[in-house]
Design a protein around this ligand. Structure first.
Ligand code: NAD
Length: 272
């Protein structure tokens, strides 16, 4: 496994298993993305609601990395679904990014009564080639089943909160069965997992930080992961996970840390 290792999606195209998340990256976004690209990252996870698509686009252009080497994800925001402005929202995202296509376009949250009609418009976007893959985020098993029952194209990806304290194997296994790539959001629990003594203990054995242990755990489980940082040293640290391997015993130990404890909202009760 390397920084640019890829996983095949049901579209036939591939996704880098490792990348950079830019939620809450603020004014540092452009420099953070440039630092990540310099460190070998090729996959960036943004969203319309993060309000940094322009900065991501600027960094992409400044990096001079050929477009086809990059994997860029953005997401459709909830209010745009409620306002029935899916196509407009997608076009605005492309414009802000300065791209003529994205590699992956996701429904950000399963807005009740809206995610199916919204996804049908995303199917048209996919067919037009302006999103090389489409998928979902925060879809529990019942949301995903409903989508599968009522739409044509199986999502390429489902992006869920997944970290040592929040491990939902029902949805992970359903995604595996249906050939849907599973992505972890907040892999470090937005920082909340980093003080765990047991994880520190595991890290000491490999001379790695807690962040590195968690990232490696997700990679070895075949999950896509894009930790967020705006600090160059941490950006490099988070990518320095390809020179060690956790034992099966340590993987099981971390699997056993699940508390079903979310740092973010529950997809059944979110109100934004
Ligand atoms: P994360 O779990 O990646 O944790 C990031 C935080 O951990 C940073 O703010 C920093 O404080 C700390 N950190 C990072 N690297 C560190 C290191 N090496 N040492 C010490 N501290 C370190 O946080 P996240 O941003 O919540 O999640 C990652 C990405 O997932 C987001 O940026 C976004 O792209 C995506 N995401 C998606 C959704 C969704 O609803 N689809 C929700 C949340 C996040």
């Amino acid at each position: 496994m390397k920084i640019d290792s890829k996983i095949k999606m049901n579209t036939g195209t591939e996704i880098y298993q490792f990348g950079l998340g830019v939620w809450q990256s603020g004014p540092e976004t452009k420099e953070a993305v440039l630092a990540a690209l310099k460190a070998g990252y090729r996959h960036i996870d943004t969203a319309a609601i993060y309000k940094n698509e322009e900065a991501v686009g600027e960094a992409i252009r400044e990096s001079k990395i050929p477009r086809e080497e990059l994997f860029i994800t953005t997401k459709l925001w909830n209010q745009d679904m409620r306002d029935h402005k899916v196509m407009e929202a997608f076009e605005l995202s492309l414009k802000k990014l300065g791209l003529d296509y994205v590699d992956l376009y996701l429904i950000h949250w399963p807005v009740k009564n809206e995610y199916i009609p919204s996804y049908k418009i995303m199917e048209e976007i996919y067919k037009s080639g302006r999103a090389k893959a489409i998928g979902v985020s925060n879809f529990k098993t019942h949301h995903l089943q409903d989508l599968l029952d009522n739409t044509e194209i199986v999502p390429a990806v489902n992006q869920m909160e997944f970290n040592p304290q929040m491990q939902d194997y029902d949805i992970l296994e359903m995604c595996r069965e249906k050939g849907i790539v599973f992505e972890s959001w907040s892999p470090l629990g937005s920082g909340a997992c980093l003080d765990d003594e047991e994880l520190k203990e595991i890290g000491r054995k490999y001379n790695k930080s807690v962040a590195q242990v968690i990232i490696r755990w997700l990679l070895q489980k075949g999950i896509v992961v894009f930790p967020k940082s705006v600090h160059e040293a941490r950006i490099k640290e988070n990518a320095d996970v390809f020179d060690f391997e956790l034992t099966n015993e340590d993987i099981k130990l971390i699997d056993g840390m699940n508390k079903n404890l979310r740092t973010g909202a529950d997809p059944d009760t979110f109100t934004f």
